[in-house]
Design a protein around this ligand. Sequence first.
Ligand SMILES: *Cc1c(COP(=O)(O)O)cnc(C)c1O
Length: 386
Amino acid sequence: MLFSYRQRLFCPGPTPLLREVEQRLGDSCYHRQADFIRRWQNCRHKLARLVDSKSLPVLLATSGSGAMEAALVSLTAPRARVLVLNGGKFGARWQKVAQAFDCEVISNTFAWGEAPDLEQLEDLLRGPAAGCKVLCLQACETSTAVYYPVAEIAALVHKHNPECLIIVDAISSLVAHTLYMDTWGIDCVVAASHKGFGLPPGLAYVFLSERAQRSFSSRPRFYLDLQAEQQAQSEGKSRFTPAINTVIALDYVLDLLLDTGTELLQQRHAALARACRAAGAALKLEPFARQHPANSVTALRTPVDAVKLCAQLQQNYRMQFAPGQGEMQAQLLRIAHLGFVDSFDLLTAISAIELALHECQHNFVLGDGVRAALECLSARATGELG
Ligand SMILES: *Cc1c(COP(=O)(O)O)cnc(C)c1O
């Protein structure tokens, strides 16, 4: 007799909220109040520390895609040549945003489940994409659960086209993967509250290098205007009503994250990802990302229709997972271990996946996935027992 009282989230956004965060989300205030402005500025300073940047980010009341659009529209002129790395749904989104704003898009399209081929990218930078103004990429392509080697890609771009601005969508990678914005020479990073930060959706951050701040376009724009935002926010003013409650909770979350430290956060997420893949192997579920699996989300090929499997997991155990996206919808189960998902949450997720597969007559020994994950996470396996 298996029963569950609580709804549990294992989808790659939104991610679960800590109790302490839920409490703070109840707090509100007037956003012109000195007290709030101080918190808001504290958040900007702490976020800059999180990506190791000298420049303070702007906070926007929008979802992640709004921040993508803000970056694109504020940093490109019409007809600008934009190179997009497209290996999944979110790479395709960069392409759509750039096309919507009349850029000349060059797409480096590669197979879903793969990371960009660096030699092919180098050829592109020397040939058809020579002189491009902007490169747009994901750090983690959430639809395929692949992490792209951002530092190496940036180094290639600097070598072949030092003028090119690099815009990284780190929405599903921040906190799970370290990002050294200034050291790697990234010009713009977009991130959002409801993934690695364990907050509700509706708050996004855009980090802009000094160079990016000198490269604003003169396109018409109003709400998503990073130049106006950067100016106003550096004077402690908000142009519009911020996501007040979420900013208050972010202030708390950033203390937790920075006290833990970005390296340890990355190690923890990597450990969960390893355990998740080990469980998948024990259950005969092949990982989709063979070479560069992300720390934040794991995509496993399913022996049954993944949409039905997710519905079954929700119906029987009140756990929400995500199937694949686009053409991979029915074939992948995506398990997020991002934000405040911890080891015991993951073990719970794996046990439910086992039960659901067991109901589908999938051939494996019940408990093998959980055992594989436990063996992977135990202090003895990780050497923490000395
Ligand atoms: C979730 C996600 C987005 C889109 O975010 P929304 O908040 O749904 O607009 C963009 N890029 C990546 C990599 C994501 O994971």
